[in-house]
Ligand binder design. Sequence first.
Ligand code: UDP
Length: 255
Amino acid sequence: MTQLSTRNLFGMKIDAVRMPEAVARLQQWIARPDGHCRYVVTPNVDHTVVFQQDAGLRAAYADADLVLADGFPVVLAARLLGRTLPERVAGSDLVPALFDVATPERPLRVFLLGAAPGVGDRAANNIHQRWKSAQVVATYSPPLGFEHDADENAKIMKLIAAANADVLVVGLGAPKQELWVHRFHRELAVPVALCVGATIDFLAGEKARAPRWMQRSGLEWLHRCWTDPRRLVRRYARDAMIFPQLVWREWRATT
Ligand code: UDP
């Protein structure tokens, strides 16, 4: 497999890929499983900020097999710093793009892990209606605090092993999903895990994604803030303070 080129940004090594290359890479891993789980992380502004303080998230990123620029501001900062990334590859776009390439000859077996109870099943219904060759073989919504419960983690490992899925879609929010997948990736019996935040909610129609024009003009964060202000306003306010400082620091360090 050819080595992808990467860009060093804010301490992260982001893969310089477009969506079709990212999907092709996942397909290769799924087609030739070798008993080891490869996982994907998708940095946005919030991850970038948390990454500076959280050694666990840094370790999870260091071992990730694919690091995709999810946030438009990350792509923009990369361009300003002369480390251009070819395009934004959001986790919420990656999952449908992977479903798009499933065929009746090679259907994709999917495990949806995370989101509130019932949301995974609603997502599965929508997926089956839209993609004939994507089969949701299992869903599971872990209870609050599951990550601290050894029995619960063992149960999830067993569910994953029994499902014999090609891909594990992990929607537990950041940085929990990255820390959890990193902690267990050597035990996960699935060739690929995708840490993709609210994607299961989007697939279920539980949360609406921003309109295309907002996504394309880098305003998806504004839409999310608008639709979930209680949870996101404080986080985005902090990120809006810190992220420009990180860009400035990085710019100073390279000039
Ligand atoms: N979530 C979950 N279990 C948890 C924490 C969060 O299933 O212990 C789910 C939550 O229901 C939602 C998703 O994780 O579906 C949060 O995704 P989002 O991208 O909004 O979180 P962020 O990464 O922005 O924190």
